[in-house]
Design a protein. Structure first.
Lengths: 302, 302
């Protein structure tokens, strides 16, 4: 198993699904602490219209503030369209994340475009970001199934991946937006992408809707995924799908990795501290486990 | 992956951890419905002293009633000592489950005996049960770590397994009582047991204390485990360990298996119905996911 990179998406994928808008100062505190915990990437926000998604209305302000500071983690932002890219470029966002849904229905509901048009559009936007000197990551949403359509043809998913590869985009996230994935499927898809090009950085974005979240994350890692997108406390869920649950909890995955001596550089106590504060701020118990139990005493190498 | 057997331990491992005592008639209703759902084994109760564990005080009555009925599942009962065995034999319990903790501290707190004495004792009791014509299953508790001791030496665990095998006991459950297991460890332990004797029926009993429960279950299945012990709604946790959380939810695992066309003979809707009733009776949300979300529409074979 490769050493695994952790991309914390709680401030974006987690908070965009919340009914309440978290104040900018509170977000900044959480983001700063996660960004200095040893986690590799933190997704700060999404360049959507603030009037449409008030939870993300302070994305520009967050980046403007964070750009003046030094943090260990790379900061990423989600860009949905050309307008979002303009904002991200102006703000100097180091890692720009873009995506397309492999589900025709989900894609249309999300963007007004079908998958084919959306792929063309997103590739053009991604290449523009890269030409501007930014790191770029592209995703296939609803890769393992769709809340609207059910099964998504594997060939459609690999078609989007192939289009990305042909455009030279090699950081590719397979996103289980609706939580339909099962471990054998995750393993097969990751292996198929790596068979297309062994140099691809495969990223897994897994939702735990039906209880298979962590099993799917391990299947992805064992199959060669390089990076996992997780969320503090297991917060999250795509507001555009019908049934959705949170991501796998960042601190639960880091705890699991540290059980086998991996990612000992990450300050697990710091992550647990942030998640406790997130739970307290939101006023409810989150799906994550380790922030409630604390870590297992000692670390068992194996 | 072998076809997986499901052993529902909710009525025992689940309900013994609850503060409230569930009325016998209510338990009977849940047990009957699970026992006719297609699940292979249902653990009805534990032959402990009713004054010490009031949640299990009706175990004899449950077996007396169920013995007069015809159910598809095999009924099992947990036996801790000679006195318990007498009761189980008298009641005609078809599958008798016994166990020893690989943790010296856990074993002493649980039984008053260290692991070595407990192994001798439990093997004698198991052989007596078998001579009486009963099926027998033996477990290694705290096999993957202990809430009191932390790491448990792998050689101690395999020592208990070897003692079982030498006594001719070949249905062996590896129990992650404290939830310390991680997937690589589960895989290795299951493979080691099968290397000792490929004919062993390896059973995995996994607690989801630190969020790795389902990943561990998949690791066990992929490594050759034949049977998984699960609990409706993910209820459970050993009351004798310091930090404990529930088992993996029966309906979540069955849902996962049915995603790949396995165990289509199990009536998932019936399981979900029971878990909804358990949650309503206990008056709280349970850790299981699928009873809340419902199953994914359609079944995606892969």
């Amino acid at each position: 198993m490769n050493p695994i990179l952790i991309h914390e998406v709680g401030p974006r994928d987690g908070l965009q699904a919340e009914a309440v808008v978290v104040p900018t100062a509170v977000k900044l505190d959480w983001i700063r602490r996660v960004a200095d915990s040893g986690v590799d990437i933190v997704q700060v926000g999404s360049f959507v219209r603030g009037d449409r998604m008030p939870q993300m209305a302070d994305t520009d302000e967050l980046f403007r503030t964070l750009a003046k500071e030094a943090h260990d983690a790379v900061l990423s932002g989600l860009v949905l369209n050309e307008k979002g890219l303009e904002r991200a470029l102006e703000l100097g966002v180091p890692l720009i994340c873009l995506g397309v849904s492999a589900s025709e229905t989900h894609s249309r509901k999300n963007t007004g475009m079908g998958t084919e048009d959306a792929v063309r559009h997103i590739i053009a936007t991604a290449l523009e970001a890269r030409q501007a000197g930014r790191k770029v990551q592209v995703s296939v949403q609803s890769a393992f199934g769709c809340g609207f359509e059910g099964t998504i043809d594997e060939a459609r998913v690999m078609g989007v991946v192939t289009a990305y590869l042909e455009a030279g985009l090699t950081s590719i996230s397979l996103a289980d937006t609706a939580g339909h994935a099962h471990p054998a499927q995750v393993r097969r898809y990751v292996q198929k992408v790596l068979a297309l090009d062994p140099a691809v950085e495969v990223i897994a974005h897994i939702h735990d809707t039906y209880g298979l979240g962590m099993a799917n994350v391990y299947a992805a890692m064992e199959a060669g995924a390089r990076s996992i997108e997780t969320s503090f406390g297991g917060l999250g869920g795509c507001p555009f799908t019908k049934v959705a649950a949170g991501n796998v909890a960042t601190e639960d995955l880091v705890h699991g990795l540290q059980r086998v001596g991996q990612r000992m550089d990450i300050d697990l106590a710091a992550l647990i501290g942030v998640t406790n504060d997130v739970a307290a701020h939101l006023g409810r118990e989150l799906p994550g486990r380790v922030y409630k139990t604390g870590p297992i005493r000692g670390t068992e190498m194996s």
